[in-house]
Design a protein around this ligand. Sequence first.
Ligand code: ADP
Ligand code: MG
Length: 294
Amino acid sequence: AVPAALTVAVGRGAQLGVLFKGGESLERLARVDTVVFDKTGTITLGKPGVTALYPAAGVSEADLLTAAAAIEQRSEHPIAKAIVQAALERRLTLPSVQNVTAAPGRGVHGFTDGHQVAAGNAAFARELGAEIPETAGTPATMQGTTPGATRVFVCQDGRYLGSIEARDTLRPDAAEAVAKLQKMGLRVVMLTGDTRDAALTVAASAGIDEVFAGLLPDQKLEKIRELQSSGRRVAMIGDGINDAAALAQADAGIAVGTGADLAREAGDAILLSGEPLQMVRALLLARQAVRVMR
Ligand code: ADP
Ligand code: MG
């Protein structure tokens, strides 16, 4: 039977907006010594806005945005929502799309009027045959010109159409939550599928100094495993389809409530508001309950 202290704490957690799937989930959270955050939608709000368009030569801004938004309509990714929103604001008419496939952590591709359109990170666009010219952004790294921004590369039938810069904002309580966790002696790590440049800017603002970027979903899972085999007990907090495997592998997986269904199913708990400070409160609550049990 689950000790009463745990059951009570599960109820108090629910009042805080942290829904544990059971007493064991809460107990596992109490025992972690490492907290791993996803970036997009977890440390950041996951409500990016489009900040710039970089159409390729001979392509209009409207064509670039229309192509990208048409396929992003079918994606759950926060960046996808920003691109669709930007297209709607410009009153662009989006063509219908078929056979949209998401490549978690990389991008999305599909067909409009028989043309293959893809939007995603640079590696993904290149895989689909697009040649991204050096002039596509800040030449050295092709990162967004805005620090911390993410560049989405768009191509049609293997031709480069241009790129779209989207920028997300830090969750207002992220830095405070990270500082509290560190003060409690926890190791705080950030994992992201985004590029190193974008990741480092966000991590610095949140006070996280251990960052792994450019990770595919499997590599996020692998990082959790690595931490565990070095003896760490790991809580993972994430919002995306790309975090589901890592959430399931972690000793305590915490899914952001506004995130993808798959993430919510994979976790031990759901952080309804997505606020990192609520996660810290839930951790304190869990520790207290476990202390009472002894
Ligand atoms: P994070 O790990 O920070 O949550 P993701 O793994 O979801 O980030 O995404 C990693 C990168 O893959 C994004 O920064 C973006 O470049 C690209 N990407 C993923 N999904 C999409 C999409 N639907 N449209 C455009 N780019 C995408
Ligand atoms: Mg995410």
